[in-house]
Ligand binder design. Structure first.
Ligand SMILES: Nc1nc2c(ncn2[C@@H]2O[C@H](COP(=O)(O)OP(=O)(O)OP(=O)(O)O)[C@@H](O)[C@H]2O)c(=O)[nH]1
Ligand SMILES: [Mg+2]
Length: 318
């Protein structure tokens, strides 16, 4: 009975937040992100509602590249362009250094601060605390919420180190990979998976020496693909606003090109989401029993293999 009484105000609070998001009040989005980040009560109700109502009309774009390649500067310039044509923009910046509570990283805040007072732009940094085998849950769930808020354009900035850059490609419509001249070009190019995920290559800092060389290297690589699958290569100077229109055209091109395969990609995305959700539940459950099993192994009464077999039947019972 007590539990029932406790749940009532909670449910109405979640309903209120859902209502705020529906009426496109930014406070609703901010509150929802906090609940999701802090694993707060009502998180699942919020996310289920967001998923059900999420708009698939919005375009989601992932920007990935090594630290300092100019992702935030480029996103800042892109936001400006989209705003000029009246599109609303939501940005999720995945910040590997951020603490659990999130909060914008100083660099991002400075580079994108011109949009702070624009009600058509919303920027949030989230911690990249890993889910087991997938994009950080915070990022994935923020995407649900942003879609429910129905921004016209949703941008995800991920740091191009580790698995996140590969994972983000599964969750966005268009993946933009940034490369810059004189930054260990071969290393950038050779990174496992980068060729597969890039829908568009941006050679940023094209004002720097070596830009032509890098452009040619990338051209040679993409030429191995059939023409209708070849990623466009766009040269930009993000801090001078150069090449941004070309980039937006390339994004539109890719979106139109991939539209016929949308359902297939959507199915893959859902499969990925279910799988990663199962893994994160499993991980939590296994953690419940881990300490006890470690002790048993340390006492030499069982081996780790036997410990795993003992844990399996306990899953779903705690
Ligand atoms: N010369 C030159 N500098 C640029 C260009 N674009 C960005 N920068 C500079 O590069 C530096 C890094 O830019 P950011 O936008 O913070 O790069 P980032 O990829 O977001 O960096 P992280 O988020 O730390 O990974 C800044 O000093 C920018 O002013 C460009 O086209 N040319
Ligand atoms: Mg950045």
């Amino acid at each position: 009975m007590k539990e029932h009484l406790n749940r009532t105000p909670e449910t109405s609070r979640i309903d209120e937040i859902i209502g705020l998001i529906k009426s496109r009040n930014i406070r609703g989005l901010t509150k929802a992100i906090s609940i999701v980040e802090n694993d707060g009560e009502g998180k699942e109700d919020l996310l289920n509602d967001a998923f059900t109502r999420g708009s698939n009309a919005c375009i989601t774009i992932g920007f990935t590249g090594a630290p300092g390649t100019g992702k935030s500067t480029l996103i800042n310039a892109i936001i400006r362009q989209y705003r000029q044509i009246g599109k609303t923009v939501g940005v999720i910046a995945v910040d590997p250094t951020s603490t659990f509570s999130g909060g914008a990283v100083l660099g991002d805040r400075i580079r994108m601060q011109e949009h702070n007072t624009d009600p058509g732009v919303f920027i949030r940094s989230l911690a990249s605390r890993k889910a087991l085998g997938g994009l950080s849950e915070a990022t994935k769930f923020a995407l649900y919420l942003y879609k429910a808020f129905a921004f016209d354009v949703i941008i995800v900035e991920t740091l191009g180190v580790g698995q996140d850059e590969i994972d983000v490609a599964k969750y966005v419509d268009v993946t933009v990979v940034l490369l810059v001249p004189g930054y260990g070009d071969n290393i950038q190019m050779a990174k496992a998976g980068i060729m597969e995920i890039a829908d568009i290559f941006v050679i940023n800092k094209s004002d720097r020496p070596g830009a032509d060389l890098l452009t040619n290297q990338v051209l040679n690589t993409v030429h191995m693909k059939p023409e209708n699958e070849r990623p466009p290569i766009v040269n930009t100077i993000a801090d001078k606003d150069e090449g941004i229109k070309n980039l937006i055209e390339a994004i539109t091109l890719i979106r139109n090109r991939t539209a016929p395969h949308w359902e297939e990609k959507y199915r893959q995305r859902i499969s990925e989401e279910i799988r990663s959700s199962v893994f994160s539940h499993l991980n939590r459950e296994v953690n419940h029993h881990l300490d006890e099993m470690i002790e048993e192994v340390l006492r030499s009464s069982i081996t780790p293999i036997e410990a795993s077999k003992r844990i399996l039947p306990m899953i779903g019972t705690s």
